[in-house]
Design a protein around this ligand. Sequence first.
Ligand code: MN
Length: 502
Amino acid sequence: MIKELKNFEAWFITGSQHLYGEETLKQVDRDSAEIAASLNKSPHIPVKIVFKPVLTTPEAILQICLEANNTEGCIGLITWMHTFSPAKMWIAGLKALRKPFVHLHTQFNRDIPWSSIDMDFMNLNQSAHGGREFGFIGSRMRIERKVIVGHWANPEIQKKLDVWLRAASAWHEWQGAKVARFGDNMREVAVTEGNKVSAQIQLGYAVYGYGIGDLVDRVNSVSDSEAEQLVQIYESEYIVPGDARKGGSLRMSMREAARIEAGMRQFLEEGGFSAFTTTFEDLHGLVQLPGLAVQRLMADGYGFGAEGDWKTAALVRAMKVMSLGMKGGTSFMEDYTYHLNSTGMKVLGAHMLEVCPSISSGKSSLEVHPLGIGGKSDPARLVFDVAQGKGVNAALMDMGNRYRLLVNPCDVVPADEPLPNLPVARVVWEPYPNLEVAAGAWILSGGAHHTGFSMAVTAGHLEDFAEIAGIEYLLIDKNTTISSIKKELRWNDLYYHLAKGI
Ligand code: MN
């Protein structure tokens, strides 16, 4: 499970042709190497940038695409046309390429040297039309890709590249990823279901189902002293009440929670899983609903979905990969309850227990309380609030003939008053454009009640991600109206019906 995006690499690929002579090609090579080196050093670029020598023949282009396919750490290509590169040369390579690419439509020189420009300069700096020829073949071959236009040294352009590289990293990590599913789906819930074979074919990750007994075995093999050591770590990281301290009445509950965490962690590590699900309808043999364990595993980077929700588990993991090294956390989330006062309508997001402390505004409080669902002993959980800022909710649904990624940015706001009687982590937000339109549009779009919530990832990351994945992307934002989303939904239905043939 990757924890550092610098372990991934993107290849910087420059297209040209032999027409210009050796001197020009050497210059193209030097310029490309300089851009690649500069991007590599940029604080805005999250992955390693690997320079590749300039490409001038169809054979070399095919070769580099095949090498990219077979290089494990290569998340994709950054393509640039310094000069003109006749695009028939790209057909074989792009047909074979199985990694995403971004088209950086830039030019080595930022400025036109007005007083000294001559034909040599013009011939060397032909991105303006070279990039169009390359663009044509991408469109002609119906390849989804991002196009970034601007000078490569501009931090704003590098930030756009950063967004795409993060989306490509998350996609890369999904390929061959494993989701562990403890128990099945919450019996009659619809949106958490889906076709796992379709998901594996299209999205690249596999879902592995386990009877809860496999996990219980592992949990029961955790010794008392191992569990006690973990409880001591809890005491150092969280605010722990007196009755949970040594000798207190809740110490045993704390130790059981620790045993579940240690058992789950071992299970996930040994199986090479990067995301998992649980369901409170299938906990036979577990003393408590896994709350604290899920929260701490999410904080360490695992994706999670409750009630057997493997799509959200994988999505949360992808959003965690996208935001590695960024400020702001990412969590599994559920639109729980509303404040419908017309002076300030908002959503209170939470779950029974499983909210990731990476979004916490301060030190979490570790508490044990009864849970009116699941029929188990009182579970331990971290309780915290979330600080103000920008957030986003995203949900992935199986619409039968395609996956839909639905995205809605929001402002995280303070609760109107303290919540002394609510013993779960929670976050309050105002969705864009407002709750009335956002919730209406979300429901018309078939949006799930479970989401990946992030204060690091933006709609831009998710749009790039959906494009790379080849899935439907729907955004509810400041410009959305109910009428506009209805039209987009109808058009998309038609598009995805017809797109099979184009
Ligand atoms: Mn739920």
